[in-house]
Design a protein around this ligand. Structure first.
Ligand SMILES: [Zn+2]
Length: 272
């Protein structure tokens, strides 16, 4: 499904406000900024949405585990709070590892589909990063198998915006047995929406704003071009998956995989 992020989620967009005191500094900043923009623009691709939080999560897990092990005299209530934080960190790191694993699998099974999104550009030729997170089914308010969030940059109706910044798309997929198929579906939405964002946003507003829709139907009016693209990607992925399955071992389900990763991480935390 497609969800309009501006109207459905509160999102904080970090805006850098810099004040330059002289022209030289200003020029240096401009050059640096340009290099940074070029570097970011070149690296447009599918990314693991947990990656930017990973280092902090790992450090927090180490620190909290150490506290639990070394401080024998902490209050039981404090211990319970720390233990629940540890569980949450393990759960999020598990989701990071699962996302790595499933993105790699998708790339192996359907390399052409993956590559189309990995190199996707908007209507102005700018590369766009697509951040994917596989999430537990109780982690979103909107109950849908997969969600592609849609938002435009202020003053640039062609530029995609998400919680990851300008020229980025955020996609969230439930951890279910057919997560890879759901990912294919959402990437089909991305395939259409990134190059036709301005046009599609108008279509979306006209057809879905103020309407009562079942979440999985949003983005799927009979003539919705984004919905058609999502259905096509699903169909193409099914075909690739069937082809892959003929010459490879059966693929482990994401639900079984997530349990295995979590178990592994939980046993490893004893050695942190
Ligand atoms: Zn859809």
């Amino acid at each position: 499904m497609v969800i309009d992020q501006e109207n459905n989620l509160k999102m904080t967009v970090m805006k850098n406000q810099t004040r330059n005191d002289n022209i030289v500094t200003n020029k240096k900043c401009c050059i640096l900024f340009s290099i940074l923009c070029i570097a970011l623009n070149v690296s447009g691709e599918i990314k693991n949405g947990y990656e930017i939080e990973l280092f902090n999560m790992q450090e927090s897990l180490k620190n909290l585990t150490r506290i639990i092990k070394e401080k024998k005299d902490i209050l039981p209530s404090t211990r319970r709070t720390i233990e629940s934080k540890i569980e949450l960190l393990i759960s999020n790191i598990t989701c990071y590892e699962l996302t790595e694993n499933l993105l790699s699998r998708f790339k192996i099974i359907a390399p052409d589909l993956y590559n189309e999104i990995d190199t996707i550009k908007d209507s102005k030729g700018r590369k766009v990063n697509v951040f994917v997170k596989f999430i537990p089914t109780d982690a979103t308010e909107v109950k849908a198998w997969g969600i592609t969030y849609m938002r435009q940059v202020e003053n640039d109706e062609h530029a995609y915006l998400s919680e990851y910044g300008e020229l980025t798309v955020s996609v969230k997929i439930w951890i279910v047995n057919n997560s890879l198929l759901v990912l294919a579906h959402e990437l089909g939405h991305v395939k259409y929406q990134v190059p036709y964002l301005a046009h599609y946003f108008k279509y979306y507003k006209k057809n879905y704003f103020g309407m009562r829709n079942e979440p999985n139907n949003i983005g799927h009016n009979p003539n919705d071009p984004s919905g058609k693209s999502a259905n096509l990607y699903e169909k193409l992925f099914r075909r690739e998956y069937a082809h892959f399955s003929r010459s490879n071992e059966k693929i482990e389900s994401p639900i079984a995989l997530v349990e295995k990763i979590k178990k592994n991480l939980s046993s490893h935390k004893m050695f942190l």
